[in-house]
Design a protein. Structure first.
Length: 167
C-alpha cells in the first residue's frame, strides 16, 4: 500500500450573527500514537496516515441555546478521551464495527452532556452538533448528529456534501 500523505489546517470564527463562538474542534492525525491530538494552525507540515488512521472532529454548540460552547467542549473531550483509551485492533478492518464504535462515541458524548446538565442547572438546554471523519487507508468513515456537515473536496470538481442535516 502506498503511503498516504496529507496537509491540514483548521480555524473557526464567531460568524456574522452571534457574539459568542460555540465551535470546538480537534484533530488526531496519528491514531497510532493516541497522544498526537492537536489543532493545526498552518498547513505547512506534511503528515503520513498511520495504520489506525486520522480523526477529524467538529462540534458546533447550538446557537441561541444556553451554554452551547460548554456542550461542544464536552463532546470534543469525550471523543478525545474514548479515542485515546480504546484499542482499535479488533475493529480497524471491519466497516460495521467502525461505524458502531463511532456511534457509541457520539452517544457517550450525549450522555456526558446530559449528565452535566443534571449537575449544573445553569447549563439547562445546552446542546451541540457533531461531525467526525475517521480516515483509515483509502476510506473515510463519517458520523454526525445535527447540522454540522461533512464535505469531500476535489480540486477538479469542488465540494460535495456527504452528510444530510438532522433537524
Amino acid at each position: 500500500m502506498t503511503d498516504i500523505t496529507f496537509k491540514l489546517t483548521a480555524a473557526t470564527n464567531v460568524g456574522l450573527i452571534r457574539s459568542n463562538n460555540e465551535d470546538n474542534f480537534i484533530v488526531c492525525p496519528n491514531l497510532d500514537s493516541k497522544s498526537a491530538w492537536f489543532v493545526p494552525d498552518t498547513p505547512d507540515q506534511t503528515l503520513t496516515l498511520s495504520k489506525n488512521g486520522a480523526l477529524f472532529v467538529v462540534a458546533d454548540g447550538m446557537g441561541g441555546m444556553n451554554a452551547g460552547e460548554v456542550a461542544s467542549a464536552i463532546a470534543i473531550e469525550t471523543v478525545q478521551e474514548m479515542f485515546s483509551q480504546d484499542d482499535y485492533s479488533s475493529i480497524i478492518n471491519d466497516d460495521n464495527k467502525i461505524c458502531k464504535y463511532m456511534k457509541r462515541v457520539v452517544e457517550k458524548a450525549d450522555r456526558n452532556i446530559k449528565d452535566r446538565v443534571k449537575r449544573d442547572s445553569s447549563t439547562e438546554g445546552m446542546g451541540t452538533t457533531i461531525v467526525m471523519g475517521w480516515v483509515i487507508g483509502c476510506r473515510v468513515h463519517i458520523c454526525w448528529c445535527g447540522d454540522s456537515r461533512a464535505y469531500l473536496f476535489n480540486p477538479q470538481v469542488g465540494l460535495k456534501r456527504l452528510s444530510k442535516d438532522h433537524s
